[in-house]
Design a protein around this ligand. Structure first.
Ligand code: SF4
Length: 467
């Protein structure tokens, strides 16, 4: 199996500075997660509850989404059902036109990354500014997120100093507090000018019609309250039945993500500001995005992928992600969750090697707060890739090799002769020739080909017992 994204992996591995930054940052998150979850005596019980809640919500998605819509409307909000990114962008464009808004502030949202919302709006002359510090930095660089919760995780403060110098025209300054001040000064102006604020949603609460946002910087609060219009863009899988279910999810989310007991800000937003209220938007919209999710829902076995609460713990623990980083993956989602979401959203043919880019060590499944069995889904996807390849006539050489192996392995005389011949041939062939040949080539590029012993176990046994 060769990877289409092989060259991205090779260049990521060659970038030692990026590799070191990724390894350090994910190690910090990992250590934080272990310490924070270790303080919860009922941690495993909470994981089981989170899994059960998500399973229930996903299995009754139609019902809970309609309940959510009814409750948003009851509080004066509007729900828009969108099939894809184009429809979601159209909703935003229509609202912007009606409100004569030209500037949009955005808080961090992987769902809007999925549908390239900024680019879509930019084509229609709307300026859309990311206000999460990491997202703002990568927007200046025109990059996609390197990590689900830490989009600029691969960049050092020296990289950021250069970006700000080049893009904002400020003097080079590698001190993080001053960099934050610089970004804050630029973004404050944007908050004050923007006509629309766009956020994602960590949870959609069906029984109250509220969206819940968790964040550490406070920019999501400003995004959702300063402009006159707030639009939340959320995947349909974000719905949970009741507000009290948050008692489970909020205990797990920040602990699994950064090792915090709770994120700094947790906002519950429902509807526009009411009469007499000073703060809040005049309009409150929720875009419920399918974007391929119903396709995942149709597969009973793999639909558990929709339980994901985007904590990033599986990335931080994955030995593959920690070596190759987020930009080697073909879509916005990276790491183990990217390896199962991407083929399901885009088809296995987009990057057939992706489900195989895993050691199947199982660490991702063990840290997942909602207990998604990621290794199981990866194996299912591998089966699908192989079935598709076989349907196209591929893999014939592999099948013939296994048939020959089965033939020899079930006939002891032939097996003994074949093994003897293979041992003799291997001893006469220089290692460099073996490493350069055939299917062993890629394997041997990183490893030493072991020499078979001169005598088989049976031969040694015979010698020993005949003495
Ligand atoms: S799959 Fe699990 S561990 Fe990975 S981001 Fe989603 S919720 Fe977190």
């Amino acid at each position: 199996m060769s990877f289409v994204f092989e060259k991205d992996i090779a260049s990521a591995l060659a970038d030692t500075a990026q590799g070191a930054a990724t390894w350090r940052a994910t190690a910090r998150f990992k250590t934080g997660r272990v310490a924070a979850t270790g303080q919860l005596p009922d941690y495993q019980e909470l994981r089981a509850q989170a899994n059960a809640l998500k399973r229930h919500a996903i299995n009754h998605l139609d019902w809970y989404l309609q309940e959510f819509e009814k409750n948003v409307q009851a509080r004066g909000g509007v729900v828009h059902w969108c099939q894809d990114g184009a429809e979601a962008a159209d909703v935003v464009l229509q609202i912007a036109k009606r409100r004569d808004a030209h500037l949009i502030v955005k808080s961090k949202s992987m769902t809007t990354e999925e549908i390239h919302l900024n680019e879509r709006l930019g084509h229609h002359g709307l300026e859309s500014v990311e206000t999460d510090l990491g997202e703002y930095i990568i927007q200046l660089l025109d990059q996609r997120p390197f990590h689900i919760i830490a989009p600029a995780l691969n960049l050092t403060r020296y990289d950021v100093a250069k970006v700000f110098e080049e893009k904002l025209g400020v003097p080079y300054d590698a001190e993080i507090p001053r960099q934050t001040q610089t970004a804050r000064a630029v973004l404050r102006e944007k908050f004050l000018e923007a006509g629309i604020g766009i956020s994602g949603a960590n949870f959609l609460v069906a029984d109250s019609g509220a969206i819940v946002l968790v964040e550490n910087e406070g920019n999501a609060r400003l995004t959702t309250t300063a402009p006159r219009v707030h639009i939340a863009v959320a995947g349909i899988e974000k719905v949970i039945p009741r507000a009290q279910d948050l008692a489970v999810f909020l205990k797990l989310l920040a602990r699994s993500a950064t090792g915090q007991p709770l994120s700094v800000y947790t906002s519950f937003l429902s509807g526009p500001k009411r009469g007499g209220e000073v703060d809040g938007p005049e309009e409150f919209h929720v875009i419920l995005l399918d974007g391929g999710r119903t396709k995942l829902l149709a597969d009973k076995d793999k639909r558990q992928s929709l339980y994901c609460i985007r904590c990033g713990a599986c990335l931080n623990t994955c030995p593959v992600y920690r070596r190759i980083g987020g930009h080697s993956y073909p879509w916005v989602y990276s790491g183990p969750i990217g390896a199962i979401l991407t083929p399901q959203f885009h088809g296995t043919e987009m990057e057939p090697g992706l489900p195989f880019a895993s050691s199947l060590c199982g660490a991702c499944g063990e840290v997942c707060p909602v207990k998604i069995d990621i290794p199981h889904v990866l194996l299912k996807l591998r089966q699908e890739v192989k079935a598709a390849e076989e349907a196209q006539g591929a893999g014939q050489a592999e099948r013939a090799a296994f048939r020959a192996y089965a033939f020899a392995a079930t006939r002891p005389k032939i097996w003994r002769l074949a093994a003897k011949a293979a041992r003799a041939a291997q001893r006469r062939t220089p290692k460099s020739v073996m490493a350069a040949a055939g299917p062993a080539k890629a394997w041997a590029s990183e490893r030493e080909i072991p020499l078979m012993p001169a005598k088989s176990f049976r031969e040694l046994w015979r010698e020993r017992t005949s003495k």
